[in-house]
Design a protein around this ligand. Sequence first.
Ligand code: ATP
Length: 720
Amino acid sequence: MAAESTTKRKRESAKPSAGSTSLQQKRVKLLEDRKHLPIWSRQKDIRQALRDHQILILSGETGSGKSTQIPQFIYDEFYCRKLKVAVTQPRRVAAISLARRVADELGSPLGSSSPASKVGYSVRFDENTSPGTRIKFLTEGMLLQEMLRDAELKQYGCIIVDEVHERSVNVDLLLGFLKGLVSRRKEMKVVVMSATADVEGLRRFFDEGVVANDGKADVLVNGADDAWEGFSGDDSKTNGMPAANKVATCHVEGRQYPVMTRYLDVATDDVIEASLSRIFQIHCKEPMPGDILVFMTGQESIQSLQKLVEEYAQGLTVDYPKLLVLPLFAALPQTAQQRIFLPAPRNTRKLILSTNIAETSVTVPGVRFVVDTGKAKIKQFRNKIGLDSLLIKPVSRSSADQRKGRAGREAAGQCFRLYTEQAYQSLEKDPKPEILRCDLSQAILTMKARGVIDVLAFPLITPPPREALEKALLNLYQLNALDDHGAISSTGRQIARLPLTPSLGRVIIEAAKPSMNCLPQVIDIVSCLSVETIWLPTETEEARERATLARQELGKRQGDHLTLLAAVQAYTAEQTDRRRWAEDHLISHRAMQNVMDVRKQLWSQCLQAKLQPAKATNLSTSINTSTPPDEETADKILQCFLHGLPNNIARLCPDGSYKTFVGNQTVAIHPGSWMFGRKKVEGILYQEFVFTNRAYARNVSAIQLGWLEELFRVGDLGQG
Ligand SMILES: Nc1ncnc2c1ncn2[C@@H]1O[C@H](COP(=O)(O)OP(=O)(O)OP(=O)(O)O)[C@@H](O)[C@H]1O
């Protein structure tokens, strides 16, 4: 391949330093591994396909080499000359680990560590690229964010959309934008890929309504109709269309190593117990090396299982290897997430307890065993009450297959499904596209901010129901993000630039107004709300009592928002030992480090957007909010949140329950809230609505109903 051309290698190794020699040694060693990947032998075909066609839809088994190899096959092709290849990933953990791997395979330093580095990544709150970056891994959200600055994505010669089967809203939006872009930028290439892509659906999507050069709409004939091999250079099927307009498809056969699948004979209700027993069966019976990756539903179940595993492991004799338990969930700081990729110490087995964030794209070195509980937390928008809720649901068959695919990447593996084979067969084939089950406000704002006028006409693979679109338009209007004509307002543009949901973005914009003047405090709270939770779990009665006592000094009668602010203020004021402080208050030190990170980034983004007084340009002075807010400021802070969450309000009813303004639904205060079990207040504002065995409001604060009249025309609020 061109990347390995002799001239280039000569140039790169002109003045070898110790660092570059070891990079080159690594590259040579990894090249041997790469040659054994199923995709390697298809390199020539794939490059040719993209010379002849503008769009390539590529499917191939997990581990066949799509994510790591395709960018390397093409980054030196003519259409990428002086341009970059973007590779989108659904999650930052995958974007970062793939960038690291591809940098190693190319013998390049990573990201900003050297101006000559060819590979970088960009994820929320972390841009790690250099002027020399040619291959950039980034989350879908970050690429959409880049489109705000450059709608034509001119710095890229090729966009690779990976793991398209997950069908996140952002992927669907990207595909819509790319469909338009390829007709404007004829030289640009797009690769859409996944192990389980709906190739036919995608092909139809890109083919439909494609306009031929003569301006007439045409139905394109796919060169790969019969077989992939048949299409390379075969123009006989093109109906005279310029070849570059066509969509090509390709399937890569084969995986590197086999994975044996095992099921339960009888279904179980207790997945924690079943996981525990399976983990120790593997640990005690299977030889080393062989790390274990377990898929759980969320942070809480992971932390419970971690505790149990660590307790049981203490009872093992020294005849067994040690167990190193590593949790992995979205709210963990990046450094903690990246620990899963480090090799375990000698005579130690890594046990990774993960949510579905390790389900696609990642290779965790050392993993030979996957344990799959078959469940995930899935976001579901409840149209009737107009709120997102998180529900624990069975995964789809393609998700289960992706999970299984995390084994067998470096050697043969085993996958233990904690459900029966019959249950597997009855799973939905693919996950339901997120666009059909989430609040569409963010998606619509994304479109509007990128110049889409008529969102109903925007090309989407699966158009959502009109009702959901209308609800989201109304929500954006309530947030002042859209004007009376449905066009994006200046507030809407400011919100769209922030890496936050429209609601939280609106809160920030409000707080920056001179009349409110509480941006630093609101940034502190929003940073806490951007990590899953800062509070350590308290499962037993005793732990709950201890937590109540330890957190007494932080708790604020107005509720969780101001309590979070107090926690950040106390943490930042602590100058000697923050870890110890966090432990004493049963607060996660890791989560607080993450909060500090987000806080810093948000502050700098507000600075860039000129959202704070001009004199406040220095982080340490301007963000210093260690004085607790006075009554008036506290009220203003909560009023800012009301502006962002006009639909998340409930009032106290005579029977002592809280009922939502929108939907008139009874909602209880979550036991994790500071307001749980305390004196009732006339109204509450809440950040999230979770539905487990009943409807709970999480992150709750007290509001005065009198504020609502001042803040909104009351008629805008849904009346019960
Ligand atoms: N960080 C890593 N450490 C060790 N080996 C790796 C690493 N990343 C990739 N590999 C090797 O490269 C192979 C191909 O990985 P790649 O991510 O390109 O496959 P893929 O086809 O995109 O898989 P998936 O569909 O599961 O994302 C893996 O099976 C593994 O052997």
